[in-house]
Design a protein around this ligand. Sequence first.
Ligand code: ADP
Ligand code: ZN
Length: 730
Amino acid sequence: MNLLPVKPASNSKLSRAGVLLPLRLGRTYDYLIDQDAPRGSLVTAPLGPREYVGVVWRDAEGDFDEAKLKRATLFPGHPRLPEALCKFIDWVAQYTVTSPGIVLALALRTHGAFEPDVPRVGYVRGNATPQRMTPPRGRVLGVADDGLARGIQALAEEANASTGVVRSLIETGALQPTTLPEFDPFAFPDPSFHTPTLSLEQEAAARTLRAAVASARYSAALLDGVTGSGKTETYFEAVAEALRRDKQVLILLPEIALTTQFLDRFAARFGCRPAEWHSDLSQKERKRTYRAVMRGEARVVAGARSALFLPFANLGLIVVDEEHEQAYKQEEGAIYHARDMAVVRGRIEACAVVLASATPSLETYVNASTGRYQWLKLPRRHGAAVMPEIRLIDSRHARSEPGTWLSEPLREALTATLDAGEQAMLFLNRRGYAPLTLCEACGHKMTCGQCSAWLVEHRYHRKLVCHHCGYETPRPAVCPQCQTPASFVACGPGVERVAEEVATVFPQARMAIASSDTLHGPAETQAAIRAMAKHEIDVVVGTQIVAKGHHFPQLTLVGVVDGDLGSADGDIRARERTFQLLHQVSGRAGREAKPGLVLIQTRNPEDAVMKALASGDRNAFYEQERMYRERAQAPPFGRLAAIILSGADGDAVRNSSRALANAAPPASGVKVWGPTPAFYQMLRGRTRERLLVQAERHVDVQAYVRAWLARTTLPNSVRVTVDVDPVSFF
Ligand code: ADP
Ligand code: ZN
């Protein structure tokens, strides 16, 4: 007989914990929980009149009276965020000078993710045989004969019968109910489904990447390959290695690159599509994916930047494709750069990180050239394809009639391309018809009342539109300033205006405009891309929406309508960005057997960016940029943090920014610039002022900013936003 004393069950005692809520709060709040719950445990917790989903984050802080503490409740089954994700959230909050709750909110955005499964009813073949057999009944039972459980709808669809037929079979007992999980499981990508034959260079890079994954340690590599060199095929080998080792994979893509084309390519290599994560998922799909990721069942997720905050159970590889893309910078709420944070997550998860690009960011280029990242190079296009020839057209001399935008050489090249039965792309990164509407009588410019910006004419929608706040108005019949009727003229081109010219000069060509105004949402964009790939379009006039990443086999001519657009932005990355964008656009030409030609219209053919594009000597350009940045102590050789003040009361904003500037603590190695009005002084009716902290590399710029903000009290009407490592200076 066992006479050991019986210990009281430990869960009979309430425990205290510091719970992080997904809100802009400075700290965790203490709650009582009905049992010990480790960090990461998910709870519902009341705050004020509302209940929130929160996370046990740390030990209780205060010594409050137990009677005064509120109760938080664990979810059934006690789901937990993985510790690595908790660490990551803390790290991101610290680095971006954001409250941890706001970062946590990024990880908890999926409604109902932690509720227990709601099983569905499915049906399998029962013992009874129906007395009367009909062909539809026979088909349904034929489908059910494989023994898998299916819902009524699925059975009906697969058997091409009505749901009524299925129901009648259930009544007769020929189909029997059984339970199905709430969601269909994700298919397992098969690492050996279709293995491509890699070129020698691809194989060398793939070998390094496989080894990095196999080591199960943190590593970072730049996969630096020209457009069309097969970077995707190559990093897929790293994905395969992770799958073989039962690890999960995250592939980050800029939202516009997350296309069916990409998903189908993945399926061609691995036998099924990956799980997806982006803003366009339904609530149900989000919940399905989130849970499957958390349980380690979704093996590969292809996602936009927010996928970085998913609760992976067992991450073995993070790929950041098109790592230079500005779309990775989240500019609102928690302001973070998904590429940089992907490297951080990789370090915390102890996994391999691969950054892929034909035009890496200067930061990544420096990290690769100093050996912090492995540098894997694919210098040639795959197969017979060669890099396109790039020619500059000096638009000061080659100018055609006023009000037209295609120079003679570009028109000739278009004619030749169309005559050869090939496709052309005209690129102009400006939506609408014309960027400026001007009164010919008095010079009045049509501007937005809410933003310091010109209204852009959209002829397609017959509107003048503000691209910042969405304000729209019809073009006025008389000038609001001088009252002259019909006095407005359109100045400069947008894609619609270039398209008008193409339609006039090449009336027989099948043409499409591709911008976010003509393609509404991902489905229409996909359709346009498919039409282009199938050669149902001869000339596409587009913004960057079609200019990046896509593979159009028949596209041999790319015309850049205004190569100088963007260079005038005047921030430290303007040149780099222009180079990257135009290089990407050029990379669309001649991706298969037929060679490509790129014509860039520019007023500054002597400019370093233009020369680098024409000569193809990318690294010479990068070395020059690196020297400039080093001299200016700009990133990555120094640190920057922007502080943006905004508010509806312009005087309060200006006074606050001056007060804040005056309160800047002196520190060695730190300079504070400003305040200055932001480039767009007004946005959506809010006045904006900027301050910029420039610090030497060794300075803890976050600590500096925190200390500074802590000693200044600003009115509640003024919002302060910190942007560490800013990429946009607007
Ligand atoms: P990148 O991402 O470097 O621009 P992609 O991965 O899109 O290049 O490759 C360009 C084209 O070449 C794609 O159609 C791809 O399927 C093909 N390709 C690349 N490598 C291989 C390979 N080893 N075997 C077969 N096709 C390949
Ligand atoms: Zn506006």
